[in-house]
Design a protein around this ligand. Structure first.
Ligand SMILES: Nc1ncnc2c1ncn2[C@@H]1O[C@H](COP(=O)(O)OP(=O)(O)OP(=O)(O)O)[C@@H](O)[C@H]1O
Length: 706
C-alpha cells in the first residue's frame, strides 16, 4: 500500500483530542573505550556522577536529573545535567527502561500520543548499538537495542489491550546526501529521491513512501533486516560499520482499547548518522561528500534545537525546519506534536573531547524544548447518549422525508405550465399576441428558469444534491473562517517577527561596532606583543654578551691559575735542588756536581771557569757555615713565594667561583627569557584568534542569521 499522505501527526477531524505540553526528555550514554581509542593511548575523561539518590533498579524512567562529568587532563572540569546518564556498564535494558522509551511504547502510544526516540552523537559513539535493529527472532536478548525491545513490547501491549483489534503499519526511510530513499523497496522499483510535501493544514509527509501492514515483531524484524541491507554504511577510521545516512523508522498504530476507545499514534525511531571530523575519520572522495552532507543536516538540526531551546524572548527566532530534509521530517518530533526522547551518545576518550562537549551542549539545550503532544483518541458514547442521538436521528429523517415530499409536489405543480411551454410553435403564437415585447422576454426567461428547476428536481437525487451543496457550504464556511483566523495569526506573527528583525538588526549594528573596536584592540595588542618580543630579544642579547664576557674573564683567570701552578712546580724543583746542594755541602765525600750548581760554586768564592766549575772538596767548617746560611736564605725565599702563591691562588679561586656563579645565573636567565619569548611567539596568534573569535563570532552568527 502506498502511503499518499504521511501525516506528521496532527489529529484528524473526527478525532477528539486533548493536548499536553512536555519538555523533550534528554538522556546521555557513555560507551566503553573503543579499541582504536585504547590503541592511541586515550584516557577516559567522561564519567557519570553517582546519583544522590543512589542507583535505582530499572523499573521506569528516571524522575530526577542526573549528571555527567567531563574532566579534561589540562582544563577545568565540566558538568552536564540530563534526565538520565548511562555509562560503559549500563545494560541495553537499563537504557530502554530508564530513558523512558519503554513507557512511551507501552503507555503513551496507547493514549494516542505520537512518540519519537532519537539517537544523536558523534560517529562511532554508539547510536546504532543503542537503537539496534528489529530482531527477527521472538526472544529479546541482552544486546538487543531499543528498536527490537520497542517492537516486541508494542505487539505484547496490542495483545493485552486491544485483543488483537489493532493495525500496525511500518515505513522506513533514509536521508542520504539530502535525498530521501524508501528503505522498504529496492532502488529499481522506485523509492528514490522522494519528495517532502505538505498538506494545506501544514502536515508534512513523504510522497510515495511505502507503508506496509505488519502483524508481529518478527515481520518488522524481517522488513528491517532487508531495509538495513539497503542502508548506506561504510568503514571509516572511527567506526568499522559507520552509518552514512539518517534512518527514520515509523510505526503507525491504530486500534480499539478494552473500553472501546479508538486511538491512533505514530512511533518514530531515528538513528542519525554521526557528526564527524573529516580529518579524523580519514574520509575521502564520496565518503567525504557524505560526511559534509551529514554534518550539514546535523548543523541545521542544531540550529533548530537552539532556536527552539532559546529561553530569552528577545532572541527567539523561527526554527529553520525547511533548511534540510532531516529537520522537515523531524518537525513534529522537535517542538511539535510528539513526546520525544533524545539519546545523546558520547565517547569517553580525551581524543574525542571537543565532539563530546558539543554533543552534550546540544543535549542540555534540547532539554528546554517544549512539545505539545495531542491525544488522538475517540471516546465511545454512553447508552443514554446513544438513545438520545437515535431519537434526534429519527426526527431528522422525518424532516428530510417531509422536505422531499414537498419538493416532489412542487415539481408536479410546475408540470402543467411546462406542458404548454413545451411546443415552440405555440410559444411563438402566444408571444405574438402579447403587445409588450419586453414583457414577453421576461416571461420567456422565467419559463426557462422553471424548466431548469424542474429538470433538477426530477433528476434522481436532485434534492440530495441541493442539500449536499448546502451542507458543503456549511463545512466550507467554518473552514474558511478557520483559514482567515490562521492567516490573521500568521500576519500577526509576521509583524512580530519583523519587529524582532528590526531590533536584531540594530543589535547587529551594535555588535558590529563592538567587533570593530575589538579588531582595533586586537591590532594594538598584536603591536604591543611585537614590542614585547623585541624587548625580550634585546634583553637576551645583552645577557648573552655579559655571559660571553664573563666566560672570557673566567678563561683568563684559569690561565693565570695555570701559570701559578707552573710556578709552584718550579719552586718545588728549586727546593729539591737546594736539598741536593745541602746534601753535597754536608758530606765531605760528595763532590759538587759542577755544571748544575755553578751558582753555588761562585757563592763559595770561586771564579767561573770555562766548561763549568771543577770538581772540588770544601773545608768542613766553611761548608757548615755556608749550609746554614743558605738553608735560611732558601727557606725564607721559599716561604715568601709560597705565601704569595697561596694568597694569589686563593683570591683567584674565589674570583673564578664567583664568575662561575654569575655565568650559571646568566644561563638560567637567558633560558627563561628565551622560553618567555618562545611562548610569546607561540601564544601570540592563538591569543589573537581567540580574542577575535570571542568578539567577532557573535557578529558573524548574527550576520548569517540576518
Ligand atoms: N555501550 C556499548 N557497549 C559496547 N560496545 C559499544 C557500545 N556502544 C557502541 N559500541 C561499539 O562501538 C562501535 C561503534 O558503535 P555504533 O556503530 O553504534 O556507532 P554510531 O554512533 O552508530 O556510529 P556512526 O555514526 O558512524 O554510524 C560498535 O562496534 C559498537 O558495537
Amino acid at each position: 500500500m502506498t502511503e499518499q499522505k504521511k501525516k506528521s501527526g496532527s489529529s484528524a477531524k473526527s478525532t477528539s483530542s486533548s493536548s499536553s505540553q512536555s519538555n523533550i526528555r534528554v538522556v546521555a550514554r557513555i560507551r566503553p573505550l573503543a579499541k582504536y581509542e585504547l590503541e592511541n593511548g586515550s584516557k577516559q575523561i567522561v564519567n557519570s556522577l553517582p546519583s544522590l539518590l543512589g542507583s535505582s533498579p530499572a523499573t521506569g524512567p528516571t524522575t530526577e536529573p542526573e549528571v555527567l562529568e567531563v574532566k579534561p587532563p589540562n582544563a577545568e572540569k565540566r558538568w552536564f545535567e540530563v534526565d538520565a546518564v548511562f555509562d560503559g556498564i549500563s545494560t541495553q535494558r537499563d537504557v530502554y527502561v530508564k530513558s523512558g522509551a519503554q513507557q512511551a511504547v507501552c503507555q503513551d502510544i496507547f493514549k494516542g500520543f505520537n512518540c519519537t526516540i532519537l539517537a544523536y552523537g558523534q560517529t562511532g559513539s554508539g547510536k546504532t548499538f543503542s537503537m539496534g535493529t528489529a530482531a527477527g527472532s521472538t526472544e529479546i536478548t541482552e544486546n538487543d537495542g531499543i528498536i527490537p525491545r520497542a517492537t516486541a513490547d508494542l505487539f505484547r501491549m496490542i495483545d493485552e489491550r486491544c485483543d488483537g483489534n489493532a493495525q500496525v503499519e511500518l515505513s522506513y526511510l533514509e536521508i542520504y546526501n539530502e535525498e530521501i530513499r524508501d528503505l522498504m523497496v529496492d532502488d529499481e522499483t522506485g523509492g528514490k529521491d522522494l519528495r517532502v510535501r505538505e498538506t494545506l493544514n501544514g502536515e508534512v509527509y513523504v510522497s510515495g513512501l511505502q507503508s506496509l501492514p505488519v502483524a508481529n515483531p518478527q515481520e518488522i524484524g524481517k522488513c528491517m533486516e532487508d531495509a538495513s541491507k539497503r542502508r548506506v554504511v561504510a568503514s571509516t577510521k572511527m567506526n568499522a560499520v559507520s552509518s552514512r545516512s539518517h534512518a527514520i523508522c515509523a510505526l503507525k498504530v491504530k486500534g480499539v482499547l478494552e473500553d472501546s476507545t479508538k486511538f491512533h499514534a505514530k512511533l518514530t525511531l531515528v538513528d542519525l548518522a554521526g557528526s564527524e571530523r573529516i580529518k579524523k575519520t580519514g574520509a575521502q572522495g564520496s565518503r567525504q561528500k557524505e560526511g559534509i552532507n551529514i554534518n550539514k543536516g546535523l548543523f541545521i538540526l542544531g540550529q533548530v534545537v537552539s532556536a527552539l531551546a532559546e529561553q530569552r524572548p528577545k532572541y527567539k527566532r523561527k526554527p529553520p525546519y525547511r533548511d534540510s530534509k532531516l529537520t522537515r521530517l523531524l518537525q513534529d518530533s522537535l517542538g511539535g506534536n510528539s513526546r520525544t526522547i533524545m539519546l545523546a551518545c558520547v565517547s569517553p576518550a580525551d581524543f574525542n573531547l571537543d565532539e563530546t562537549v558539543n554533543t552534550l551542549r546540544y543535549a542540555t539545550s534540547a532539554r528546554n524544548i517544549k512539545n505539545s503532544a495531542t491525544r488522538n483518541v475517540i471516546k465511545t458514547i454512553s447508552p443514554e447518549e446513544a438513545a438520545k442521538l437515535q431519537r434526534e436521528n429519527q426526527l431528522l429523517q422525518a424532516q428530510v422525508k417531509e422536505l422531499q415530499e414537498t419538493i416532489q409536489r412542487m415539481a408536479q405543480d410546475a408540470s402543467p405550465s411546462m406542458a404548454s411551454a413545451d411546443t415552440d410553435s405555440d410559444d411563438d403564437m402566444d408571444i405574438e399576441l402579447v403587445e409588450n415585447k419586453a414583457e414577453a422576454k421576461r416571461i420567456r426567461d422565467l419559463e426557462s428558469e422553471v424548466k431548469q428547476l424542474k429538470a433538477a428536481l426530477n433528476k434522481k437525487g436532485g434534492a440530495r444534491e441541493i442539500s449536499q451543496s448546502m451542507a458543503d457550504n456549511a463545512i466550507v464556511v467554518p473552514e474558511l473562517n478557520k483559514k482567515v483566523a490562521t492567516l490573521e495569526e500568521e500576519l500577526k506573527m509576521k509583524e512580530e517577527l519583523e519587529e524582532e528583525n528590526i531590533i536584531l538588526r540594530q543589535e547587529l549594528e551594535e555588535v558590529k561596532a563592538d567587533a570593530q573596536s575589538a579588531r582595533v584592540a586586537a591590532n594594538k595588542m598584536s603591536k604591543i606583543m611585537d614590542q614585547l618580543r623585541e624587548l625580550k630579544g634585546e634583553e637576551i642579547d645583552k645577557k648573552r654578551m655579559e655571559h660571553d664576557h664573563i666566560k672570557v674573564e673566567e678563561a683568563w683567570v684559569s690561565f693565570v691559575f695555570q701559570v701559578l701552578e707552573t710556578n709552584k712546580e718550579q719552586m718545588q724543583k728549586l727546593r729539591d735542588d737546594f736539598y741536593l746542594v745541602a746534601r753535597v755541602v754536608e758530606s765531605p765525600d760528595v763532590l759538587i756536581p759542577a755544571k748544575s750548581n755553578s751558582k753555588w760554586w761562585q757563592r763559595l768564592g770561586n771564579k767561573e771557569e770555562e766548561g763549568g766549575p771543577p770538581e772540588m772538596t770544601v773545608d768542613p767548617e766553611m761548608r757548615q757555615q755556608l749550609l746554614s746560611e743558605h738553608i735560611q736564605f732558601f727557606n725564607e725565599k721559599l716561604l715568601e713565594v709560597e705565601n704569595d702563591i697561596a694568597t694569589e691562588s686563593e683570591s683567584l679561586g674565589s674570583i673564578r667561583d664567583s664568575l662561575r656563579q654569575q655565568r650559571d645565573r646568566l644561563e638560567i636567565e637567558i633560558g627563561s627569557h628565551q622560553f618567555e619569548k618562545d611562548s610569546l611567539d607561540k601564544n601570540d596568534n592563538d591569543l589573537l584568534e581567540q580574542l577575535t573569535a570571542l568578539l567577532i563570532g557573535p557578529v558573524k552568527n548574527l550576520g548569517d542569521f540576518a
